[in-house]
Design a protein around this ligand. Structure first.
Ligand SMILES: [Zn+2]
Length: 62
């Protein structure tokens, strides 16, 4: 019997749900989209640099 260790939700680190893989819920899935579309990425008048994205501690927030 083999049990694969599941990676947690990349957004909130909770166990992921199969239905929303790799996220734990629709909320986190939507949040991930919002991250790319609305938070420091492709925002008019505020070009995001790769460094800014890389050093973002966005996903540490809850
Ligand atoms: Zn989550």
């Amino acid at each position: 019997m083999t049990t694969k260790p599941q990676k947690p939700c990349p957004i909130c680190r909770k166990p992921r749900a199969e239905e929303f893989t790799p996220f734990c819920s629709k909320r986190c899935k939507d949040r991930d989209l919002a991250r790319w579309f609305g938070d420091g990425y492709a925002v008019p008048g505020r070009p995001a640099s790769p460094e800014e994205i890389a050093t973002s501690d966005w996903d540490k927030q809850d």
